[in-house]
Design a protein around this ligand. Structure first.
Ligand code: GAP
Length: 433
């Protein structure tokens, strides 16, 4: 884990927020490469689960919502962590993260558990007496429930259908830890899928398969993934059933995403609290009912972390250690490094021209500094799947070499086919399927 955290900082993937002021616990910044990686991951998720499906639509709702939302959703009442403090060293822990009944840091006696609400408070308005106190959303899905009627009456969608959203969520985690695994500000990729109650198992199984396939498609090793069923007694207040996809991180198995059957809990609660009818009218059966909700809920930051951990590798090339990120080409922040073999004899101009052309459609990087082997290594370390070299043969016959990161094999292809080559390997379509 230390190697991954240090590579992320050194190469500008992810670093602590507000570093020059000593950082702020549980908040992270995605630098130039991290933002590309995360954006590729979110785009791929959207492509697969929204754009390519006829039964899905999207939403981008506000983070700050009416305070009543959080009363109706049960978060004000129920979104609690149980805290304990060590009476000796004063360190604070989540009771459910402890194994024994003594402080894990100093062995001291612990206080009785106390409930602590994990929502982050905020207020809107200029003066204290008129300010509206509300919360930064702790999950993105509540706006999907609140906007359900608005969306279904304006989008010609029919049950079964789903609404997807990607966006920031905030939780005042007691112990943010394990790099970006548990933070206080993070991004979720959530789907609320509305169906008839009698079809809940069918759709639960459907989403279970889709989710699993997506993690495989973004390159995670199947041996590092597993399902975990939540026992009935530890289900969240809204859930009839929850299973998690877990990933075998360097610090142990951890939740990547949940898949829950939320039943009719949320639409019923918002209908009751708002006084608005959130039922659905089925034009075919002429029935009116509150739909059941199946919720695949993923974390973009945790998915990024799993991808980084899975991709990190070290091997040996010509007697030297090579650090290589074996990122799936679809996710790689930079798709191709473009190099002239040497700067002189017009090769630099040719390579620059090619890079400029490719840049219109792909994230590319031009590098003419140092030995070609060094340039390959710098690209390997950040997971760039292809390096394209312009050499003397390019001037003769218009071909370039394409070197593949994992096998390090090189092939020659015509320079004007490089775009199609990158499209095939890095584009959104599942060419391998
Ligand atoms: N709407 C359901 C819901 O929010 P959750 O299991 O609390 O369910 C869903 O969260 C996903 O959000 C998790 O599986 C995880 O990937 C991500 N997540 C939750 N808390 C997080 C945190 N503190 N830091 C990073 N990701 C988090």
């Amino acid at each position: 884990m230390e190697k991954i955290v240090s590579l992320c900082k050194r190469r500008g993937f992810i670093f602590q927020s507000s570093g020059i002021y000593g950082g702020i616990n549980g908040c992270w910044d995605f630098g130039p490469l991290g933002v590309e990686l995360k954006r590729n991951l979110k785009n791929d998720w959207w492509y697969v689960f929204v754009s390519q499906r006829e039964d899905m639509v999207g939403l981008d709702a506000s983070i700050i919502m009416h305070p009543s939302v959080w009363v109706a959703s049960g978060h004000v009442e129920q979104f609690h962590d149980m805290l304990v403090d060590c009476k000796e060293c004063r360190h604070r822990f989540r009771a459910d993260h402890l194994e024994g009944d003594r402080c894990p840091d100093c062995g001291g006696e612990l206080t009785e558990p106390r409930a602590f609400n994990s929502m982050l408070k905020t207020s809107l308005g200029v003066s204290d007496d008129t300010a509206v106190h509300t919360y930064l959303r702790p999950e993105t899905c509540q706006s999907i429930f609140v906007d359900f009627k608005e969306i279904y009456s304006s989008s010609r969608v029919k049950i079964p259908f789903g609404i997807a959203q990607i966006g920031k969520s905030f939780r005042n985690e007691v112990n943010p830890r394990n790099f970006i695994f548990r933070s206080r500000e993070f991004e979720q990729m959530e789907i609320e899928f509305f169906c008839k109650e009698e079809e809940e198992e069918k759709w639960f199984d459907h989403w279970r398969e889709c989710i699993w396939q997506w993690y495989l498609d973004i390159g995670l090793h199947e041996s590092k993934l597993r399902w975990l069923e939540h026992p009935k007694e530890s289900l969240a207040h809204y859930s009839k059933r929850t299973i998690d996809v877990e990933y075998d991180f360097p610090f142990g198995w951890g939740e990547l995403q949940g898949l829950a059957n939320r039943g009719t809990f949320d639409l019923t609660a918002h209908g009751t609290h708002s006084g608005k009818d959130l039922s659905y009218f089925d034009p075919e059966s002429k029935e009116r009912f509150i739909p059941t909700v199946i919720e695949p809920s993923a974390g973009a930051d945790r998915a990024c972390l799993a991808v980084l951990c899975d991709a990190y590798d070290e091997d040996e090339v010509d007697g030297e250690k090579r650090v290589v990120m074996r990122l799936h080409p679809r996710l790689a922040p930079i798709k191709a490094g473009v190099f002239p073999l040497v700067k002189k004899d017009g090769l630099a101009d040719l390579a620059m021209g090619l890079e400029k052309k490719l840049r219109k459609r792909f994230a590319t990087f031009y590098d003419q500094g140092g030995a070609i082997g060094r340039r390959y290594r710098r690209m390997d370390e950040i997971g760039t799947p292809f390096c394209i070299t312009v050499d003397y043969d390019t001037k003769e016959n218009g071909t370039v070499t394409v070197r593949e990161r994992d096998s390090m094999k090189q092939e020659r292809i015509p320079m004007d086919e490089v775009g199609a080559f990158l499209d095939k390997h890095c584009g959104p379509e599942r060419v391998d399927a």
